[in-house]
Design a protein around this ligand. Structure first.
Ligand SMILES: NC(=O)c1ccc[n+]([C@@H]2O[C@H](COP(=O)([O-])OP(=O)(O)OC[C@H]3O[C@@H](n4cnc5c(N)ncnc54)[C@H](OP(=O)(O)O)[C@@H]3O)[C@@H](O)[C@H]2O)c1
Length: 297
C-alpha cells in the first residue's frame, strides 16, 4: 500500500511493524511541556502518519504531561488494528517542566494507569522502563525492583510486552534475566554511536533497537559530510540520516519526531532511499571526525 514497505519490517513483541515509525514527543508544547501551539496541526501529523502506513508510534504520558497521549487518542482512537503504541514510564514532570525520577512501585503503577486512561486502552502493547538512574544518559544501577513491578503489571494483563530505555549493556542483561525484553530504546544517531556493540548483540538475538534522537533531537544533526552526501544523491540531510540508520542494522526501528506534516512526509520518504556503499562509507566516518553535534537533554 505504501512506500514505507520499502524499508522492510521487523518483529516487535509478537507484532510486526514497519521499520519506519513515528515518535510523538514533538507534539507537546515547547520543552515537551504543555499543549501544542496548534492542536489541530498535531492531530493532522498523527493522521498523516497512519495514512502513510506508520504502524509504530512511540509516546509517553510524561510528554506534556498527558497532552501527547490525549492528542493521540483524539486523533486516532479507535486505533487501527495493526497500530503498535509503545510508551515509557519512570518519570514525572515538575511545574517548571523538569524531568523527575518516579520509579517507586506506586509511581510506576500510577504512570501505567495514566497511560491507559489518556490513550484509551485496556492494555498497552509495549511499555519501556525508561531508567532514570541517569536522567540525560544511561547510568549503572540495578533495575530489578522496577522490572519486578512491570512484570507484575504484565501478569495482570495491563502490559503485553516490556522494553527498556536509557540503559547500559549490564542493565539489558539484568533485565533479560528477569523478564522477556522485546526492545531497547537508547540515544543513537550518525554522530552519537555509543551503542554500536549493543545494537549488534541485540540483532543477533532478534531484538529491536529503537534509537531516540535519530535526527539529533533538540539540536538536529549538522555536518558538511551529511549535506554533501545528501546533495550528491538528491535527498535531504535528514533523509540521509534516517537511511543510514536503516542500513546500519536490520533490527533498528525508527521513530523520528516532528510536529510538521511536511517534515513527516520527508522523513517517511527515507524508506525509499538506498544509500550507495561510498555514501555509507563517508557517513560512517562522521562520528570518528566528531564534526557533527547531537543534542543531549
Ligand atoms: N527514551 C527516551 O529517553 C527518549 C528521549 C527522547 C526522545 N524519545 C523518543 O524518540 C522520538 C524521536 O526523538 P526526537 O523527536 O526527540 O528527536 P529527532 O527525531 O531526532 O528530531 C526531532 C527534531 O528534528 C526536527 N525535524 C524532524 N524532521 C525534520 C526534517 N525533515 N527536517 C528538519 N527538521 C526536522 C523536529 O522539528 P519539527 O517539529 O520542526 O519537525 C525536531 O526538532 C521522540 O519523539 C520520542 O518518542 C525517547
Amino acid at each position: 500500500m505504501t512506500t514505507l514497505n520499502k524499508a522492510g519490517t521487523y518483529k516487535l513483541g509478537h507484532r510486526t511493524v514497519n521499520r519506519l515509525g513515528y515518535g510523538a514527543m514533538q507534539l507537546a508544547g515547547p520543552g515537551v511541556f504543555g499543549p501544542p501551539k496548534d492542536p489541530a496541526a498535531a492531530r493532522a501529523v498523527l493522521r498523516e502518519a497512519i495514512a502513510a502506513g506508520v504502524n509504530h508510534i512511540d509516546t509517553s504520558d510524561f510528554y506534556g504531561p498527558h497532552v501527547t497521549n490525549q492528542t493521540i487518542r483524539e486523533a486516532l482512537h479507535p486505533y487501527p488494528d495493526d497500530l503498535v503504541i509503545v510508551t515509557k514510564i519512570s518519570a514525572r514532570r515538575g511545574a517548571d517542566a523538569s524531568w523527575i525520577p518516579a520509579m517507586s512501585p506506586q509511581e510506576l503503577t500510577q504512570a501505567l494507569h495514566d497511560n491507559l486512561r489518556n490513550l484509551g486502552l485496556d492494555a498497552i502493547e509495549v511499555v519501556n522502563f525508561r531508567s532514570m538512574h541517569g536522567i540525560h544518559g544511561p547510568a549503572e544501577g540495578s533495575i530489578e525492583p522496577q522490572l519486578t513491578v512491570l512484570a507484575d503489571l504484565q501478569r495482570k494483563g495491563l502490559i503485553r510486552h516490556i522494553g527498556l530505555s536509557n540503559v547500559t549493556a549490564t542493565q539489558v542483561a539484568e533485565g533479560r534475566s528477569i523478564c522477556d525484553i522485546v526492545c531497547v530504546q537508547n540515544q543513537y544517531n550518525l554522530a552519537h554511536r555509543d551503542d554500536d556493540a549493543m545494537i549488534d548483540a541485540l540483532a543477533r538475538d532478534g531484538i529491536p533497537y529503537v534509537p531516540f534522537f535519530p535526527l539529533g533531537g533538540f539540536t538536529p544533526l549538522q555536518s558538511s559530510t551529511l549535506s554533501e552526501v545528501a546533495k550528491r544523491i538528491g535527498a535531504t540531510p535528514m533523509q540521509v540520516a534516517l537511511a543510514w540508520l536503516l542500513r546500519r542494522s536490520p533490527n533498528i526501528l525508527l521513530i523520528p519526531g516532528t510536529s510538521s506534516v511536511g517534515h513527516l512526509r520527508e522523513n517517511l520518504a527515507a524508506a525509499e532511499l538506498e544509500l550507495p556503499d561510498d555514501a555509507m562509507e563517508a557517513l560512517n566516518g562522521i562520528a570518528a571526525r566528531s564534526e557533527t553535534h547531537a543534542a543531549a537533554h
